[in-house]
Design a protein around this ligand. Structure first.
Ligand code: AMP
Ligand code: TRP
Length: 326
C-alpha cells in the first residue's frame, strides 16, 4: 500500500489555500493509501509563540483537519512533538544538508529578508521537514506548489544518505495537484494566499461566515480589460477566481470561463460556490469544537501509531550512520 505523509503548521486558521492546495487531497487519499497527517508544532516554533495560544492552536488545527474530512478510522493524525524521533532525525538531517543548499531555499529567503534577527530554526526548517517525511518510509507527499523546493531537498538528502551509508530511506515524491495548487491573494493576486499576509481581505479563512466570504470575493482585485479568460500570467486575479470556481464545480478553469462575459456574475457565482464548498467543513467544525476531549483522544492514538513506525525507521538510520545502539 502506498504510504502518504503530509504536515501543516498549527498557527493561523485554516485558509482556503491550505484547504484547496493540500487538505482536500488528503481527504481523498485516505481512502486508498496508508495516510499519515501531522500537525507540525515544532515547525511553528521557528517564530516565538505565546505558549497558551500556541497550545490552543495545535488542538484547533487538529480539529480543523478532522472537520475537513480526515477520519481517524481511515488515517493517522498526530502532533509532531508527541513523537520525539522527529527532532532526533532532524539533527541527523542538519548534519547531512549543506549550508549552501539551505541558504538557497526560497522560503528561508522570504522569511529572513528584512528581519533584524531570525532563529536558527528558520534556517534548519527544511531538515526537520525532511525528517518528518523520511521517518515514515513515505512514498508520496501531497502539498501545495510552495513546498516543491523543500521536497526536492528531502529527496536530495535521502539520496545522499543512502549513497553514503547504504540503503536506509525510501525516496519520497511530491504530489502537487494542478488546479488550485497555488491559491492567490484576492487583493494582490501575484502573491500566494497565506495567513502571514498583512491584509486579511485578501484571504478567505475556511471558517469565515458566508457573508464575509461573499464580500471578500466581490471585492477581489481583477483588471481593467473586462474579458473573462483563463491566463494566469496576464490575468492573475480573474484566473484565480476561475480556479476557485473550477475546483468547486469540478470543471477546468478554461471551461468555467466560457460561461462568463463579465466579472460581476463570475464573482457572484464564485462566491456562492466557495460558500457551498466550505459549508460542510464549517458545520463539522462547530460539532467537533464542542468535544475537545475526543480530539485529544484521536491525537493520543495517532501518536502511538506514528511512534511505532518512526522508531523503526529511526533505529535503521541510527545504525546506518554509526551510532551505538541504545
Ligand atoms: P502551511 O499552512 O504553510 O503549513 O501549509 C499547509 C499546506 O497548505 C502545504 O501543503 C502548503 O503547500 C499548502 N498551501 C498553503 N498556502 C497555499 C496556497 N495559497 N495555495 C495552495 N496551497 C497552499
Ligand atoms: N513546511 C510545510 C508547510 O509550511 C509543513 C510541513 C512540515 C510538511 N513538515 C512536512 C509538509 C512534511 C509535508 C510533509 O506547509
Amino acid at each position: 500500500m502506498t504510504r502518504v505523509f503530509s504536515g501543516i503548521q498549527p498557527t493561523g486558521d485554516l485558509q482556503l489555500g491550505n484547504y484547496l492546495g493540500a487538505v482536500r487531497h488528503w481527504v481523498e487519499v485516505q481512502e486508498t493509501a496508508d495516510a499519515i497527517f501531522c500537525v507540525v508544532d515544532l515547525h511553528a516554533l521557528t517564530f516565538a509563540q505565546d505558549p497558551a495560544l500556541f497550545r490552543a492552536a495545535t488542538i484547533r488545527k487538529a480539529t480543523e483537519l478532522m472537520a475537513a474530512g480526515l477520519d481517524p478510522d481511515r488515517c493517522t493524525i498526530f502532533v509532531q512533538s508527541h513523537v520525539p524521533a522527529h527532532a532526533e532525525l532532524a539533527w541527523l538531517m542538519e548534519c547531512t544538508a549543506a549550508f549552501g543548499e539551505l541558504r538557497r531555499m526560497t522560503q528561508f529567503k522570504e522569511k529572513s529578508e528584512g528581519q533584524d534577527s531570525v532563529s536558527a530554526g528558520v534556517f534548519a526548517y527544511p531538515c526537520l521537514m525532511a525528517a518528518d517525511i523520511l521517518l515514515y518510509d513515505t512514498d508520496e507527499v501531497p502539498v501545495g506548489e510552495d513546498q516543491r523546493q523543500h521536497l526536492e531537498l528531502t529527496r536530495d538528502l535521502a539520496l545522499r544518505w543512502n549513497s553514503r551509508y547504504g540503503d536506509t530511506f525510501v525516496i519520497p515524491k511530491p504530489v502537487i495537484a494542478g488546479v488550485a495548487a497555488r491559491v492567490m491573494d484576492l487583493q494582490e493576486p501575484t502573491a500566494k494566499m497565506s495567513k502571514s499576509r498583512p491584509n486579511p481581505q485578501g484571504r478567505i479563512d475556511a471558517l469565515d461566515p458566508p457573508a464575509e466570504i461573499t464580500r471578500k470575493i466581490k471585492r477581489a482585485v481583477t483588471d481593467a480589460d473586462g474579458e473573462v479568460r483563463y491566463d494566469r500570467a496576464a490575468k492573475p486575479g480573474v484566473s484565480n477566481l476561475l480556479e476557485l470556481l473550477a475546483v468547486a464545480r469540478n470543471v477546468s478553469p478554461q471551461s468555467a470561463a466560457d460561461h462568463y462575459s463579465q466579472y460581476g456574475p463570475l464573482k457572484t457565482d464564485t462566491a456562492e460556490a466557495v460558500v457551498e464548498l466550505l459549508r460542510p467543513f464549517q458545520e463539522r467544525f462547530a460539532a467537533l469544537s464542542g468535544d475537545p476531549g475526543y480530539v485529544r483522544e484521536v491525537l493520543a492514538k495517532g501518536a502511538g501509531k506514528a511512534t511505532a513506525i518512526a522508531e523503526t525507521v529511526l533505529r535503521r538510520a541510527r545504525e546506518s550512520i554509526g551510532l551505538v545502539p541504545r
